[in-house]
Ligand binder design. Structure first.
Ligand code: PLP
Length: 443
């Protein structure tokens, strides 16, 4: 490592307290430089960033147009409190509303995804006068108190004090069906039947909202079967429940549509939360897109919530530049094409080659590879909520060969910038192929 990378590492270990980690057991990678789909580590090694960090650099690293917009905004007006009107914020809200599903025309800005979900839930509770919130087990909705209790995945467990009124149910996931289903259609019908029962037994009149990732992200990129989200919409309508679509990870082009919920044609949530891709994560920003009925609730009644940095001008300027660059570079269409033309066929080929691959699934630039130790029993190659030597060997092999993959238990997610080239995706899959073969040979 050169001396400045070494100094950064030493100071980090002395003073930086890292998220989701046992502090003494981590060796975080130093990143000295990044550009497009690549990052460079402290040793000077170049790696293909197929994590988009935490799935947020949708337009790649150091996009010149976004960098320039932040610089120009900083020179003009660095910051102003949320109560004032600011041109960058107004334009960001207009651009966001121009892409959200029809009717979601007002935007409440937050600092990230967790607080977007917290505020969406608060709006739903005040709008309905009900308290309970339903969400799926295989989900992640954020790390703040309520958001982590709404979360279904194991990150909830250490903070699980049953935050008032959070109830979990099973979403559709055919490969590990909770309903013994054998087809997507069966899974859809049974998952909706299950949700209908949960609503009945919890008491529809106690339920404020159902919070769903339009495509669950970190929990496994399970694209819902055709008809599922329409079925949820119908249940919400029938029972006066607010439908909150969490598009924090799946939104802003990741799934080959501006918002992943567009894959379910005609389905419009009441509230839609976003963050990450809205400005490629260059400056922290999230938000809630709000429909007319819920906005009307707060027309003459105070909305009792806010944040010091809501709609921060630097974040808003980055959002304006990101969305315009996405439009001009046809980033969403490119992501869709990468999914159809490269990821789908190449990953299917990979699955055919390696016994350890139980399933590949995804859409756009949003793909998961599910590793199993036994293709018949589907025993995960690392336990739920844990890791294993075999998974660690695959990941280490990827990094040695120049690929940074996103890892979650027994899964590797390939979630590169939407701007990645066909060649970069092909390179990443070749590297993964070699890393799996090597890790298997050492078993
Ligand atoms: N919702 C989803 C679907 C996410 O993937 C995440 C973060 O990964 C969040 C919410 C929380 O966002 P943040 O970390 O910006 O608070």
């Amino acid at each position: 490592m050169d001396s400045s990378a070494e100094r950064a590492y030493e100071l980090d270990r002395a003073h930086v307290f890292h998220s989701w980690s046992a502090q003494a057991q981590i060796k975080p990678m130093v990143v000295t430089r990044a550009e497009g789909s690549y990052v460079w580590d402290g040793e000077g090694a170049q790696l293909l960033d197929f994590t988009s960090q935490l799935v947020f650099t949708n337009m790649g690293h150091q996009h010149p147009r976004i960098v320039r917009a932040i610089q120009e905004q900083a020179a003009e007006l660095c910051t102003v409190a949320p109560g004032y009107v600011n041109a960058a914020r107004s334009e960001a809200a207009r651009l966001i509303a121009s892409h959200t599903p029809a009717g979601l025309d007002k935007v409440f800005f937050t600092n990230g995804g967790a607080d977007a979900n917290e505020h969406a839930i608060r709006m739903a509770r005040l709008h309905t006068g009900r308290q309970k919130v339903l969400s799926t087990y295989r989900s992640y909705h954020g790390g703040t108190h309520l958001a982590v209790n709404v979360t279904g995945d194991p990150r909830r467990w250490p903070s699980d004090n049953g935050a008032a009124g959070t109830v979990h149910f099973f979403g559709p996931f055919l490969y590990r069906s909770a309903f013994h289903a054998t087809t997507e259609a069966e899974e859809c019908e049974r998952a909706l039947g299950h949700l209908e029962q949960v609503i009945a037994l919890e008491g529809a009149s106690t339920i404020a909202a159902i919070v769903l990732e339009s495509i669950p992200g970190t929990a496994g990129i399970m694209v819902p079967p055709a008809g599922y989200l329409a079925g949820v919409r119908e249940l919400c309508d029938r029972h006066g429940i607010v439908f909150i679509a969490d598009e924090v990870m799946a939104g802003f082009g990741r799934a080959g549509r501006w918002f992943a919920i567009e894959h379910a044609e005609g389905v419009v949530p009441d509230l839609l939360t976003f963050a990450k891709g809205v400005n490629s994560g260059y400056v922290p920003m999230g938000g809630v897109a709000i429909n007319e009925a819920i906005a009307a609730t707060f027309a003459d009644r105070v909305y009792p919530g806010g944040l010091t940095y809501s709609g921060h001008p630097l974040a808003a300027a980055a959002a304006v530049a990101t969305i315009r660059a996405m439009e001009d570079e046809r980033a969403v269409e490119r992501a869709a094409a990468l999914g159809e033309e490269v990821f789908a066929p190449r990953l299917a080929e990979l699955a055919g080659k390696h016994e350890w691959i139980g399933e590949v699934r995804g859409v756009g630039a949003f793909w998961a590879i599910e590793f199993v130790s036994d293709p018949v029993t589907r025993e995960p190659l690392a336990p739920y909520g844990g890791s294993s030597d075999a998974m660690n060997r695959i990941v280490a092999g990827c990094k040695q060969r120049g690929l940074l993959p996103f890892v979650n238990y027994n899964r590797i997610h390939l979630v590169p910038p939407l701007t990645s080239t066909v060649e970069q995706v092909a390179d990443a899959i070749d590297i993964l192929d070699a890393a799996i073969a090597d890790a298997g040979a050492q078993a």
